[in-house]
Design a protein around this ligand. Structure first.
Ligand code: TPP
Length: 512
């Protein structure tokens, strides 16, 4: 990966690009790190649309090409308005979008969208590259009379994967028509991603007699119903699982374990999803829901390990997970609940007390973007008396104009909970970014000390700041309220350290 990223930077320098606007994500993190070492001026943003227009402004005044560099998924698409503007102004703006390797295309794997040719005819030149050979001299053919798009397919380090076979599938609704017998070996684990309300009923019917373990996202809406059949302990519970065959129903799971299945070729994965995507780029089965019923019916799982989490949350009540656990007991049953991308969805899945708060839970996991999350929340909660969004600070900052729609909505209690940890802290949890230099950290995390009090006031919303556990005791006022959680950073670190410690003890391969 490093060498392709380095080759791209070499091409940029040769093409006279000496400024770039970077928006870090997981996929482009190596590229961003290398850019910081290169003889280029680096500006950093968390929001790609602004990065694109800022870069265009720089092109205009310097007369030289400027690059805007994004990670994969909707992050890349956010450059579209600036590319259009560059086209009509005839300015050399260079969009460098990190992409997953080509074999992921069409798989629906997390944060993989169709990026090659994303900007249609607006770039005056575009290219999709996956190797250093393809990179060599690539920008030489770019006529500077307009913008360019360089889509760079970057491998995750040390991954050797089987080729993806796209599957032709009927729509979700067709899955249930005929329950046909099949002769498949039994499955050992059911994983539930997000499910629409109509799908939940069908999955409930399917799992009625299933006594094996089930891992479920909050957004499956079925965690309260599953009770002690639920595989507890979050990622740790999954890591302890020793089976061979997984059945996944619904959306692509947000857990790390799912991504790691890319390389766990010893595990068979069967997926049934409404999009028809397997959610994995490796070989895996995508089957009709109709053929699944005979598979369902195994031994009791006995995996419930949720207490480990409860204890850690009690020990570190002011950590992010500690606060989320408290919050999960405050949200009234039946409220619409939206879990934003990045850490929120993962921490909720790990730490929430499973109960009524999840009965009407939604996520936005199509392409895992942190853009548009608040607007999506207003959409799903539009008709609800009470609705709750839980999002990260950068995710909230991305969508500051979202409350515009409030005046057109019926009165309700809309609560926007912002877990403000001063940047994109998910990156600290990525193994490849465990070690960041002092120079890299603010660029990759987009560190800040912004608060949301004035934003709440601007839109006429109430505001509550949560720092202590007792802050949760006072009920929120009626109407729309922004709840800003300022968790204790040390306790959050201690919480994760305790989780990692457990992982090390369990694992036969201790991390260095
Ligand atoms: C549109 C878009 N741009 C970039 C990314 C890459 N990305 C994933 S998580 C993340 C940081 C999110 O930060 P925040 O909302 O504060 O949540 P935290 O990580 O602190 O939980 C970024 C930039 C993305 N998913 N979507």
């Amino acid at each position: 990966m490093t060498s392709l990223a380095a080759a791209v930077i070499q091409e940029c320098l040769a093409a006279g690009v000496d400024e770039c606007c970077v928006c870090a994500g997981s996929r482009n993190s190596e590229l961003v790190r290398l850019l910081l070492q290169a003889p280029l001026r680096v500006w950093h943003f968390f929001e790609e649309r602004s990065a694109g227009f800022f870069a265009l402004g720089r092109v205009r005044v310097t007369g030289r090409p400027v690059a805007s560099v994004t990670t994969s998924g909707t992050a890349a698409a956010e450059l579209f308005p600036s590319i259009i503007e560059a086209h009509y102004q005839g300015l050399p703006l260079l969009a460098i979008t990190a992409d997953r390797p080509r074999r992921f295309r069409g798989s629906g794997a997390p944060q993989s969208i169709e990026q090659a040719g994303l900007f249609g005819d607006y770039p005056s030149w575009q290219m999709d590259i996956e190797s250093e050979d393809e990179a060599e001299g690539c920008l030489e053919k770019w006529p500077r009379s307009g913008p360019a798009h360089l889509n760079v397919c970057l491998e995750e380090p040390s991954q050797t994967l089987a080729l993806f076979q796209p599957a032709q599938l009927p729509r979700w609704a067709d899955f249930f028509e005929d329950i046909a017998p099949v002769s498949q070996p039994p499955i050992d684990l059911v994983m539930l991603g997000d499910l629409l309300p109509a799908e939940r009923i069908v999955v409930q019917r399917l799992l009625e007699n299933w006594r094996g373990p089930v891992w479920a996202e909050a957004a499956s809406g079925l965690r309260p119903w599953l009770g002690d059949r639920l595989l507890g302990g979050g990622e740790a519970g999954l890591r302890r699982w020793r089976g061979r065959r997984i059945l996944r129903l619904g959306g692509v799971p947000s857990c790390r374990f799912w991504r790691d299945l890319e390389t766990r070729l010893d595990v068979d994965v069967i997926s049934a999803s409404r999009s028809g995507h397997s959610g994995l780029a490796r070989e895996s089965e995508v089957v009709e829901m109709a053929s699944l019923e005979p598979l369902v019916g195994g031994e009791p799982g006995g995996f419930d390990d949720a207490r480990g989490i409860a204890e850690k949350c009690a020990k570190f009540p002011l950590s992010e997970c500690g606060h989320l656990r408290t919050l999960s007991q405050k949200i009234p049953e039946g409220s619409a609940l939206f879990l934003g991308n990045s850490l929120c969805i993962r921490q909720w899945n790990l730490a929430a007390v499973i109960g009524g708060a999840e009965t009407n839970c939604h996520v936005m996991r199509g392409a895992n973007g942190i853009d548009g999350n608040l607007s999506f929340f207003y959409g799903i909660g539009a008709e609800c008396e009470e609705s709750w969004a839980i999002v990260g600070d950068l995710t909230a900052l991305y969508d500051l104009a979202a409350p515009w729609i409030r005046r057109q909505l019926p009165a309700g209690n809309r609560r926007i909970v912002i877990m403000n940890n001063g940047g994109g802290l998910i990156f600290r949890r990525l193994p490849s970014l465990k070690e960041m230099t002092l120079q890299e950290k603010p660029v990759i995390e987009n560190t800040h000390d912004l608060r949301f009090c004035a934003w709440a006031e601007q839109w006429g919303m109430g505001y509550r700041r949560i720092t202590q556990a007792s802050d949760w005791d006072e009920p929120l006022p009626e109407g729309d309220v922004v709840v800003e959680i300022l968790a204790d950073a040390a306790q959050s670190e201690d919480f994760w350290r305790a989780m990692d410690e457990e992982k090390r003890i369990e694992s036969n391969h201790p991390e260095p």
